[in-house]
Ligand binder design. Sequence first.
Ligand code: PMP
Length: 329
Amino acid sequence: MVKLNTNENPYPPSPRILELCRNMDWGQLRLYPDPAAKVLTDALAAYHGLLPEQVFAGVGSDDVLAMAFLTFFHSSAPILFPDITYSFYPVWADLFQIPYERPRLAEDFSIVPSDYFGVNGGIIFPNPNAPTGCAMGLEQIREIMDHNRDVVVIVDEAYVDFGAVSALPLLKEYDNLLIVRTYSKSRSMAGMRIGYALGNPRLIGYLNDVKYSFNSYTLNLPSIYLGAEVLKDETYFQETLRKIVETREWVQRELRALGFIFRDSSTNFIFARHRSCPALKLFHALRKKHIYVRHFDQDRIREYLRITVGTREEMETLIDFLKQFLDAD
Ligand code: PMP
């Protein structure tokens, strides 16, 4: 099986984890974990050069994002997020009965900053966007921030490590900016479920108020310790990123040669359509060979497939199959 459908990292996390697991005092598991997950939030604060009060940790970024929707989005004005974006945003908005509008991405799938200048109850977008893989520059994010001083703006940086510019430097300037990150992609730890938010201490305080009204003990004890530990292995982290980016650049060249059309990816996935072969036909043919990619049955993107960048070997299997299939087609 070649699993390229959920944007996981094909490489294991830093081997430091194994060492820590071996030396961990498992007797500690009888105790509740630290509800503030301080070992982890302190390590993240130091890693990003922020204060510990500027970090909030949760059970994957889905948990952090859901908590942020609940905490910050409750005005009668609609919140704004792109028409093509992470599929969970409208789900949370519906669940929490938050009105929303979805400005249309440009034809090349760019987010148009001026679409976010009107009256609204908050803004959220991923950078880079998913599933398009397109990134925005800092200046465009700044434009959105400058036009939205009175609402919370959330930048979901799930894929930022693969080649986009982080909004982190803007935290000093905008106290209404919340950046959300995850360990599930670049850090190879989707199975641990660790996500976090970075922002002004007041925003982080409000997130904690909501969390403590809901479930105090969110992160489990191994996640807290292992999440802090992997931050110490920057060399391994950078090496993993380098391998994925290198493979991505190779796959992009191969896919283009096979007639696929797409914008350069700033993430660990490629969002592409074929110039003549329908997406669903490709999707089913790949599935038959146990190569799994993602298809979205949604307006404007029905002809696209989202293909996660796996190991070089996995991507060679994909490309070899596509060469045969498209040749015969
Ligand atoms: N944001 C975006 C844009 C995503 O694609 C994902 C992954 N499905 C998430 C957030 C959530 O990731 P996790 O809960 O694993 O941190």
